[in-house]
Unconditional design. Structure first.
Length: 522
């Protein structure tokens, strides 16, 4: 990413860091105020429902009590019983005795002058008849709720169903409407037919319209709906109060987030920090390039090669980030990660194939760190593998000071690990350190394999390895002719794109299993 693009990203991120928490605090303030407002509306509607249930239950109890009277209908005793029931039940206006649908007497009149009641509009699930009526003995045109049993009816003022005071600091109006007849039974505000058409399909949702919030609760048992409405003006005041609480919090979060991002982005610009983060997050993965016996083509091992995935999907190869790790002192931690990853990736598979080994590249500093032998022993013990299944590769730089490297190499060989000399011939002291160090395998660098046609250096390297009784691995084999030449000249092993490129663990295991099934044993 170039500097200009990086600056654009930083500016964008910082803008979000400043604006997002502030905007979120404003939204939270309004959302909480709206939730509190809606909750108060819902609680009020629930209390109206509870009041309605209480009034209806009182009417049912009164009917049950008066139905238990077995004396002469409309006798003084019967009239007294109806008056008693009406008197002790505060929500009942009148108790009426019926003959069919004709009122005969009531708690108010010895002989009723009311006409015949119309048929009951609805029957509740427990068998009570419910309807609205304006019929009465005193000449008032007022809608009442009639609740009837077999022989009696109680008259209830619908206004008592909605006579509930709100708990909040704002007023809430209520209306009771019949859902079938769509008649307003009781109301403390003007519920127009047009408004009801909007509200009746809400279900349990709420509606904001013309500066007010509406809430609808249906009461199917009685065939009524309860509509509550409150002005949104108190909501604005509540929102402002909530904003005083949330806005300072948002500003503080903006400051902290911006400071954190500045520090983090600064760290991201440090190559060492990027690599340290990748090591700590175990983002660096390992691919495996097979090593085969040139005589049979059968896999004998693989070289572990680190890869560093990037955000854009590409991978950094070791020749790019290994020098960075060496310069910044991260090589021991990187080596530890690679070794642990090798065991995690292939530990179980290597248990099943004890004849196969994995070679791991070491840095000169790994020889003197003192932690390498213990790490290898711990992992081998944990995964129950043989030391011979982990080979160690060192470049010529690793042998620069034989007095230091020789004892460390001897200790690793005594522990059972084979030692490779990697990229042999590309340095300046090959012959001298071969005389002073005990190693097992020499790897012929790809540059010499590419120059086989010239036959000027590679035969001498092969001859020297044979004289020192060292096995050989040729790197970078890409053609059949290279393979044939190397095999004819006694090179035992090879690796390169002729066989396979370096593969992720799953693909490597599949390749190796296929190779072992199809390749004849030596």
């Amino acid at each position: 990413m170039n500097n200009r693009r990086l600056i654009s990203v930083i500016t964008g991120v910082l803008s979000l860091a400043v604006l997002l928490p502030v905007g979120l605090s404003i939204w939270l303030a309004y959302h909480q105020a709206e939730d509190n407002f809606a909750s108060e509306m819902d609680n009020y509607a629930s209390r109206v429902v509870m009041r309605t249930e209480k009034v209806i239950e009182q009417g049912k109890n009164a009917l049950n009590e008066i139905e238990s009277f077995h004396g002469q209908p409309c006798s003084p005793e019967h009239l007294l019983a109806m008056r008693h029931v009406s008197y002790i039940n505060r929500y009942l206006q009148e108790v009426i005795y019926l003959d069919g649908l004709r009122p005969l007497c009531s708690s108010l009149e010895n002989q009723s002058r009311e006409g015949i009641f119309s048929g009951a509009g609805k029957t509740t699930r427990d068998g009570y008849r419910v309807w609205l009526t304006t019929a009465n003995d005193i000449g008032l045109h007022r809608t009442m709720l009639a609740l009837g049993s077999q022989r009696h009816v109680v008259m209830i003022d619908p206004q008592s169903l909605i006579d509930v005071l709100p708990f909040g600091n704002w007023s809430i109006e209520t209306a009771l409407i019949g859902t079938e007849s769509e008649r307003v039974i009781a109301s403390s505000f003007d519920l127009t037919p047009a408004l009801w058409q909007k509200l009746k399909s809400l279900g349990d949702e709420q509606l904001k319209s013309q500066g007010a919030m509406y809430n609808v609760k249906h009461y199917p048992q009685l065939g009524v709906a309860i509509v509550t409405v409150a002005s949104l003006a108190p909501l604005e005041k509540t929102w402002h109060r909530q904003l005083i609480i949330w806005l300072p919090f948002g500003l503080l979060m903006s400051f902290l987030l911006a400071a954190f991002l500045l520090r983090y982005l600064h760290r991201l610009q440090s190559p060492r920090q990027r690599m340290l983060d990748a090591i700590n997050a175990r983002d660096i993965v390992v691919n495996y390039q097979p090593i085969v016996a040139l005589s049979t083509g059968k896999i004998v091992g693989a070289e572990a090669l680190a890869r560093w995935p990037q955000i854009d999907g590409s991978f950094l190869t070791p020749d790019v980030f290994i020098p960075l790790a060496e310069k910044t002192g991260l090589m021991p931690r990187l080596t530890q990660l690679i070794i642990e990853t090798v065991f995690e990736d292939l530990g179980i598979w290597l248990q099943q194939h004890p004849e196969i080994h994995i070679s791991v590249n070491l840095d000169p500093g790994d020889l003197t760190s003192g932690t390498l032998p213990a790490l290898l022993h711990e992992q081998l013990t944990r995964w129950q593998l043989s030391p011979a299944q982990i080979a160690l590769e060192l470049t010529e730089r690793g042998f620069a000071d034989p007095e230091i490297s020789a004892p460390a190499i001897d200790a690793l060989r005594k522990a059972g690990h084979a030692i490779y000399i990697d990229d042999f011939g590309t340095g300046y002291s090959s012959l001298s350190y071969l005389q002073n160090l005990h190693v097992d395998i020499l790897k012929i660098d790809k540059s010499f394999v590419d120059a086989l046609a010239y036959k000027n250096v590679t035969p001498q390297i092969i001859a020297m390895a044979k004289a020192l009784d060292l096995a050989m691995v040729a790197e970078g084999i890409e053609t059949d002719s290279q393979q044939a030449w190397l095999r004819e000249h006694g090179v035992q092993f090879g690796q390169g794109w002729l066989y396979s490129k370096a593969l992720p663990k799953a693909a490597f295991i599949l390749w190796a299993e296929a190779n072992l099934r199809t390749t004849p044993s030596a």
